[in-house]
Design a protein around this ligand. Sequence first.
Ligand SMILES: C[S@@+](CC[C@H](N)C(=O)[O-])C[C@H]1O[C@@H](n2cnc3c(N)ncnc32)[C@H](O)[C@@H]1O
Length: 352
Amino acid sequence: MVAIARIGLIPERAVELVGAALNLIPTPVPQALFAPPVARVLHVGVAIGLFAHLARGGPRTTEELARELELQPAGTRLLCDCLIAMGHLRARRDGRVALSRRSRRWLDPDSPRSVARYVEHTGTYWPWWEQLESLVRDGTHVELHDAGADDASWATYIRGQHELARLSAPEVARALELPPGARSVLDLGGAHGWFSAVLCDRHPGLRATVVDLPGSVAVGREILRESGHATRVDHVEGSVFEAELGEGHDLALVFNLVHHLTPEQTVTLLRRVHAALRPGGRVAVLDLFAREPGQRPGGESFLGLFFHLTSGADLPRESELRAQLAETGFKAPTSRGITRLPAQTLYVAERS
Ligand SMILES: C[S@@+](CC[C@H](N)C(=O)[O-])C[C@H]1O[C@@H](n2cnc3c(N)ncnc32)[C@H](O)[C@@H]1O
């Protein structure tokens, strides 16, 4: 995670290496100058359909791209130059540009590992980051989840989350051993329901209930209808703090939700989860975690700042989660890192 935070000049020649070692290169300049366009050329590449067009239609000159996508030639050429510099496009000897082999996997919207919708959604973070100074000066934050149920942002948000879940769900489902005969999973803030769907694929007889806010549920239902999982995974609209959660569930998933909650809300939620599980049932918490006090902050600090800006919450610390689980009646959890999404850790704790 630390390397994610490192945007700067990467010395390529001996003289630059020496300059960097002697601290002669003004590192704040490349950080301030390059970080915004690095993000923005990706957002725009997805938004104008550039990656999809190259993936489906094959290599093109930038003039052809401009004509076919109804763009301006100069801007298209310069955007492509930046994407070539980043390694996402490849300049061919015949003067045409192509999606690079490595980036096709991630940026072709039809790839099963595409993260194009996720990248597109990060484009909507732009106005939020403009609020950063207000957050630091007077504590004002925005509320990501307050958008109206029919706001268009839910579709890119939840489809982007679904793309990330597609990457890690098989590994997560393998890690969540369920006893033979397990029947019921509760997926809190489960959105697309993909983690539940993959669990149901692995365990015949299992059904899942996803509880989420209405805007998220509308998109999640669509995703599960498209994939044929709607018969095994139900969606319930409502807040995880108010909705009827039922009882006797074998497993409850709390995935990427705690980082949107205050510590008090997390405790309240874990108590509700405890009451909804059968004796011996388990809660699984998948999330990003802040470093413990005294440890040097790394790239996760940017996510911590982002969640504080967009939810007024903080990344949980692992020690904090362990204490909250103990306080709410769970045994000591097991934990494991997720290799397909390296920043995430999965905690599983049994109801005591
Ligand atoms: C970052 S997404 C995670 C989605 C999914 N669990 C995953 O890991 O991919 C957070 C989800 O929590 C939902 N959420 C946030 N606050 C909620 C609340 N109070 N009640 C129900 N869902 C909530 C959001 O609508 C969103 O779908």
